[in-house]
Design a protein around this ligand. Sequence first.
Ligand code: SME
Length: 162
Amino acid sequence: MSHPVAEERPAVHGDALNGLRAAIAEAAQPEAAAQRVVELLHDRFGHYDWVGIYWVEDTDLVLGPWIGPEATEHTRIPIGTGVCGAAAASGQTEIVPDVDADPRYLACFASTRSEIVVPIFDGGEVIGEIDVDGSDLAAFDEMDARFLEEVAALIAPLRPRS
Ligand code: SME
């Protein structure tokens, strides 16, 4: 029997996961580890123009570490609002190939053309998400989704404790 997911994973994703595991293990605190994660993702993947982690706080998503050319004004997003809020509400990865064609989209950057949002789970509960913006149309595919879902599992233990 073949195992398509493992066999089809590009080497670049396996390498990145190893790099992320090492960075998380070496970081002094969870906040520093989460910051390294967004930096590594941004550095390794040219189409990841802006990378951020939002953490769930009550009924909102609150921006944690991020890296990219500009800060976003959307530092707190109600669950259910925007593409980010939709992914948090459903627990489903959202791939938006053309943000201008998606009425849910909350604009952050003039350069953004596409977006992927991947929930982070603890048990069955959504505790946060990874948000990546791209400046090309349809920058993200199912391989990005499967990869970022593995990244999400790695960073779930890094959630800040309130
Ligand atoms: N575009 C997102 C908002 C977050 S910014 O992209 C950083 C959305 O529609 O929810």
